[in-house]
Design a protein. Structure first.
Length: 380
């Protein structure tokens, strides 16, 4: 029999990843049966007097009795839970690399992913934003508006609002690179429009669900996926339908990390009313608890939940890693110099990819022998 897995989210804001009150997005899953979920939910609702006859994670985390329900959920289903949790601003920084940089280097993008250049760009942008670096907030806002509107007329002057006398070299280089390579970005946006994939382009739901299913697919085959109704998922279910009855197990080693990329669904995604589907209620409570834990909560409950949630919150999660921007590190120095090289080539109208593998090898050898003094980057 297929294994039923229930899914729900917390912190959904669609294409608005800069929502001031919802900084994290969690997509939670629980592998259970109808009978187990029904028995458990009915029991805790009666035991703790949960109002409305339904477990709603956003309410449970706010009150002592609700938190006890979450305690019982994590104790009962701890080994049957997987979570994807993402910092929305960092996710937006990752998407900026994907749609501003990658179109210009797509011919050899595996080379850049292999050395972690995408991680450097995303983390340095996030760091600038978090530290309120001049122009960083404007870059994020303009990029989000561009992706939501698809207005290609703004591309030649993209990120102009970020221009400031106190811009860091990184902010200036990213802004000028985007303007100089605006034709590449335009082609990418046009392709998105033609494919019909643009409506929910910044939303994190599809990626989170796909990654969770791929991870569950190692353990179970086939899977019946039961989700709370979701506009992004219902908009384009094709990628999930292609996994129906798919038995082979394929993996990706892209970016020097091995990930499963296939799974076996018993049928199309099923969308169910959470009021009537207790497995979804459990997933909803887990998602809310994950957002609570990652929102810097440090009370007794958060500390207790963290021991269960952190080990299973690694499936497609998108979180910053400041090791990727420590300029004393060889890899980070290489990526910082590489950004300067791409910027210089774009400014000179030269090919961004011609001779790049050789350039990166030569740069790597040079930095191993003669690392750049940390202070030198301040005036880059």
């Amino acid at each position: 029999m297929p294994q039923k897995i229930y899914f729900d989210e917390s912190g959904f804001t669609g294409n608005n990843l800069l929502h001031p009150d919802q900084k994290f997005f969690a997509y939670a899953s629980v592998a259970t049966s109808d009978d187990e979920a029904d028995e458990f939910v009915r029991r805790v609702i009666e035991k703790y007097g949960v109002q409305g006859g339904e477990l709603k994670g956003s309410k449970l985390v706010k009150f002592a009795r609700g938190r006890k329900v979450i305690d019982e959920i994590l104790e009962r289903f701890g080994g049957k839970i997987k979570i994807s949790i993402s910092d929305k601003k960092f996710s937006l920084a990752c998407k900026l690399f994907e749609y501003i940089f990658e179109p210009s280097i797509s011919d050899i993008n595996s080379l850049f992913y292999g050395i972690g250049f995408h991680k450097y760009i995303a983390n340095i942008l996030y760091l600038e934003f978090s530290a309120r670096g001049a122009g960083a907030e404007e870059i994020f806002q303009e990029f989000e508006e561009l992706m939501r509107s698809g207005d290609e007329d703004k591309l030649p002057n993209i990120f102009s609002s970020s221009a400031h006398s106190e811009n860091s070299p990184v902010i200036a280089q990213i802004r000028e690179f985007a303007q100089l390579r605006s034709d590449d970005i335009r082609r990418e946006l046009s392709a998105l429009k033609n494919s019909g994939a643009g409506k929910w382009i910044l939303d994190l739901t599809n990626t989170a669900l796909y990654t969770l299913l791929a991870s569950w697919g190692i353990q179970y085959s086939p899977i019946t996926a039961i989700c709370d109704p979701s506009k992004p998922l219902q908009h384009d279910p094709h990628i999930f339908e292609s996994m129906i009855g798919r038995d082979e197990k394929l993996f990706s080693d892209f970016g020097e990390e091995r990930h499963p990329i296939t799974f076996n669904l018993s049928g199309p995604l099923e969308f169910a009313d959470s009021k009537k589907t207790h497995g979804i209620q459990i997933a909803d409570a887990v998602a809310a608890a994950a957002v609570y834990v990652f929102s810097n909560a440090n009370d007794e409950d958060a500390q207790k939940w963290r021991t269960t949630i952190l080990p299973v919150a690694t499936f497609g999660s998108v979180m910053p890693d400041f090791d990727e921007v420590r300029l004393r590190d060889f890899r980070v120095q290489r990526n910082a110099v590489l950004l300067m090289e791409l910027h210089a080539r774009a400014k000179a109208g030269k090919s961004l990819t011609e001779g790049m593998p050789e350039y990166i090898r030569a740069l790597s050898r040079r930095l191993v022998v003669d690392p750049i003094p940390f202070r030198s980057f301040a005036g880059a």
